[in-house]
Design a protein around this ligand. Structure first.
Ligand SMILES: Nc1nc2c(ncn2[C@@H]2O[C@H](COP(=O)(O)OP(=O)(O)OP(=O)(O)O)[C@@H](O)[C@H]2O)c(=O)[nH]1
Ligand SMILES: [Mg+2]
Length: 332
């Protein structure tokens, strides 16, 4: 071990004290793909385990430009002024966006960033899935251990990112905007199904009427969807992140949702399901990596995959062939 590398115990202790440098270091370790760093990262997570799980974890999703970052900036400032410590895991616009006005822009959280009680971590460059990475989950644990009691995860509502984020938070907020005509076009059905709260943003200036109309339509749509969740019926509200109106209601609704899920035992269930799903994901990745790591196995894997692509082998038979290569027997 070199002198520039603190022991895991020292690093953990510094993280627990809320030391910024240590926090940054810990997350860098988590994000590193070097095997020796990964081993240390795992050790660190184990040491810090007891301090995790205490924050309220909130996902913030929505179409590009809906105002997620503007919301998080203002909302974060409000929460800090109310005595909270707020960690934000955000999309890095310079890495996840191409072209457009956003490129080269800051994360739009300049005000929040200047507060002592805030910690903002943009996702590492090149990360996929709307800025969510496979390390976001561990990063949540680290900031919780450092004493942040509100964790906000921003993701652009594209592809699978919202599903990934909904699988790591307690409360999932969708930021919507009033559109012209069919309001629901601005939001995908899949996203609607994940939402615990829909916040129609930009309800300001001459937009208020349209925002109210959009909110009504979302309420109707949610009613039709009638989620299977009996503990919490999704709430719809209007707000203006720019003017800081409606954000107190948003916080109230988040609290109500969190309490309802907690009291019904759904929150524990959610977190347990999330942990189990996470294990499965890691295991599958490991399995695949082990397979593809060996050259001969990689060739055989590719060969079988090609046959499945061509249609000369069914997917199920292909999976069988792979299992056989690994020496796995059919389950009893
Ligand atoms: N009028 C009005 N404009 C807003 C409001 N919130 C955000 N905006 C504007 O909408 C634009 C996009 O805001 P962002 O906060 O960057 O949106 P975002 O959802 O984070 O965007 P991406 O990260 O690119 O997906 C900016 O020009 C904001 O100034 C609001 O409440 N009212
Ligand atoms: Mg943003």
């Amino acid at each position: 071990m070199t002198s520039s590398q603190p022991s895991i115990e020292d690093l953990a202790a510094a993280v627990r004290k809320g030391d910024r440098v240590a926090l940054g270091r810990a997350i860098t370790l988590i994000e590193s793909t070097r095997p020796q760093d990964q081993a240390r990262a795992r050790e660190l997570l184990k040491v810090l385990r007891r301090g995790t799980g205490k924050a309220i974890r909130i996902g913030i999703s929505g179409v590009p430009g809906a105002g997620k970052s503007t919301l998080i900036d203002q909302f974060g400032v409000n929460l800090i002024e109310a005595g909270h410590k707020v960690a934000v895991l955000a999309v890095d616009p310079t890495s996840s966006r191409t072209g457009g006005s956003i490129l080269g822009d800051k994360t739009r959280m300049g005000r929040l960033a200047s507060y002592d009680g805030a910690f903002i971590r943009p996702s590492p460059a090149g990360s996929s899935l709307g800025g969510v990475t496979k390390t976001t989950r561990e990063t949540i644990a680290i900031v919780e251990a450092a004493g942040f009691d509100v964790v906000l995860v921003e993701t652009v509502g594209v592809g699978q990112s919202e599903t990934a984020v909904s699988n790591m938070v307690d409360v999932f907020v969708v930021v919507a905007i009033p559109g012209a005509g069919d309001e629901l076009q601005g939001i995908k059905r899949g996203l609607l199904e994940l939402a615990d709260i829909i916040a129609v943003n930009k309800a300001d200036s001459d937009n208020v009427e349209r925002a109210n109309r959009a909110a009504t339509e979302y309420r109707t749509a949610l009613h039709i969807l009638a989620s299977g969740n009996t503990a919490w019926q999704p709430a719809v509200l209007t707000m203006s992140a720019r003017d800081n109106t409606g954000l107190d209601t948003l916080w109230e609704k988040i609290g109500e949702c969190h309490r309802a899920l907690t009291e019904a035992g759904v929150l524990d269930e959610r977190r347990a399901d999330q942990a189990a799903a996470w294990m499965r994901e890691i295991f599958e990745q490991r399995l695949l990596a082990a397979f593809k790591g060996g050259r001969k196995a990689a060739r055989q894997y590719q060969d079988i995959e090609d046959q499945v692509r061509e249609g000369s082998l069914t997917a199920a038979d292909g999976a069988d062939a792979l299992a056989e290569l690994l020496g796995l027997k059919d389950p009893e």
